[in-house]
Design a protein around this ligand. Structure first.
Ligand code: HEM
Length: 248
């Protein structure tokens, strides 16, 4: 325990925690995107997937707790590192070092982090708790309709597109930094690390941005698909009522 506390007080230890929690969160967004792409398969597939997760409490709560702990550690240690950096810089170099990565993504990290945090709070309020009536009535089980109705509202789509663009910048810089913190520091692998960081960031960001665009351009979410999604719940309600009446 003492060793863990000592490690998390050192700069290297804190960088490792930020990197490891960043990798966990990165893994989540990739998995989440893979699930969300079922929207393109159809309302039945997407709603069955959402029901499958909700019907598996250990998976649902295990993921929630892991995400919460990861976000708290990620934000806390990032803030501590930024504060240390600022103190060191005040007494340090007069000019910025040329060998540091000063890409646009790196400079916007401090802004994209809090904005992404605000986006995640909005996103959870939109789809999970309490669930917002954006563009239609919120239905806890008809997740397909919640997504389509929400994204049909232009400003909701605009928030998601902007936030997922920021997510791309954040993941690119975060992925690159994690590779620097955890991996070997060798110029030989720098180009490869950069390509992997860019590739994954573009995949997640573009995939997520594609979803509201697909709704706005009516590639998904046709009247027929929404009716099918709704009908499935009506059939279920009728079956449940009939079973209940028989049991009585
Ligand atoms: C266009 C992109 C996205 C779509 C369409 C989307 C869709 C959804 C939906 C429908 C839910 C509720 C699932 C349900 O009720 O079964 C959800 C939950 C969630 N999403 Fe997203 N999501 C997107 C992007 C993201 C991103 C980029 C993040 C993180 C940075 C994220 C984090 C979460 C979290 C933390 C939850 C709550 C899970 C829970 O219930 O515990 N999502 N998302």
């Amino acid at each position: 325990m003492q060793a863990v506390l000592t490690l998390t007080r050192s700069t290297v230890g804190q960088k490792v925690v930020v990197a490891v929690t960043g990798v966990i969160l990165f893994g989540f967004v990739i998995g989440h995107l893979a699930g969300n792409l079922l929207l393109f398969v159809g309302p039945e597939a997407f709603n069955a997937y959402a029901a499958g997760i909700k019907g598996n409490p250990p998976l649902l709560w295990g993921t929630r707790v892991t995400l919460l702990v990861s976000v708290v550690l990620h934000v806390t240690f990032t803030m501590q590192l930024a504060r240390r950096n600022a103190t060191a810089r005040a007494r340090g170099y007069q000019k910025p070092r040329k060998d540091q990565i000063t890409t646009y993504a790196a400079r916007t990290m401090i802004l994209s982090g809090p904005l992404l945090f605000a986006y995640i709070l909005f996103h959870i309020a939109h789809f999970t708790a309490p669930g917002l009536d954006l563009g239609g009535t919120f239905h806890p089980e008809n997740v397909y309709a919640n997504v389509v109705n929400g994204f049909r509202t232009w400003w909701v789509s605009a928030i998601y597109i902007f936030a997922n663009f920021l997510l791309g910048l954040h993941l690119f810089h975060g992925g690159w930094s994690a590779a620097q913190s955890i991996g070997a520091q060798s110029p030989k692998y720098d180009a490869l690390k950069k390509q992997v960081a860019v590739g994954l960031a573009v995949f997640v960001s573009a995939g997520n941005i594609f979803i509201p665009i697909a709704v706005l351009t009516q590639l998904i979410g046709s009247a027929d698909q929404l009716a099918r999604a709704q009908a499935a719940f009506e059939t279920e309600a009728v079956t449940e009522a009939a079973t209940g009446a028989e049991e009585e």
